[in-house]
Design a protein around this ligand. Structure first.
Ligand SMILES: [Zn+2]
Length: 189
């Protein structure tokens, strides 16, 4: 029997949209069906908030931290059936090549992260992963200013809107000065 390629599910949206809760939900559903060695969770080392995955609602999931996306290929084996990758926007440019290879190995892949930076420019690898993905789960948040559906993440430094040349991959709350607000299209500026 020939097996088909794996499926890629792309879960994306702004900050505070519940993306990590969705990742944990997808993990839990599969944990009920697969043995622990068949499911692997990865996140980039660059995200220094913690080694594990924490959702803002307080759920946690242990993750393997990788410095490069190619490391993922060395950390899987013939038992691997499902892979979940959190904070893909912090991974390097090889990620889409890695996902293609995982697909060919009949592994189902979940890719989770932002669709755009705070200045609304697209994440470099977004388009490639979007095109590779079989399913898309688009997450939205609630605008902090007016309560409408929010698709943008506004970056604040000491409470003020960050300049557009500000660091794109600065993690929130890391130094106490930077925070992100989910905002709607109207309130985004
Ligand atoms: Zn708004």
């Amino acid at each position: 029997m020939t097996k088909s390629n794996g499926f890629v599910t792309f879960i994306y949206g702004p900050m505070y949209a519940g993306k990590t809760d969705e990742l944990i939900h997808q993990f839990n559903k599969r944990s009920a069906l697969f043995a622990p060695e068949e499911i692997k969770v990865f996140k980039p080392m660059l995200d220094t908030r913690s080694k594990d995955i924490f959702s803002r609602s307080g759920k946690t999931l242990p993750a393997i931290n990788v410095e490069t996306s190619k490391e993922i290929l060395n950390l899987i084996d013939e038992k691997t059936r499902v892979i979940l990758i959190d904070e893909y926007q912090f991974m390097d440019k090889d990620l889409s090549m890695v996902i293609k290879e995982l697909k060919q190995k009949q592994i189902d892949v979940f890719v989770v992260g932002l669709d755009k930076y705070f200045d609304s420019s697209p994440i470099e690898s977004f388009k490639e992963i979007y095109e590779l993905s079989t399913y898309k789960i688009v997450m939205t948040s609630i605008c902090e200013k007016c309560g409408r559906t929010a698709q943008y993440s506004q970056k604040l430094i000491d409470g003020n809107t960050a300049p557009t040349n500000s660091d794109k991959i600065q993690v929130d709350k890391q130094d106490g000065h930077v925070e992100y607000l989910p905002v709607c299209e109207r309130c985004y500026k």
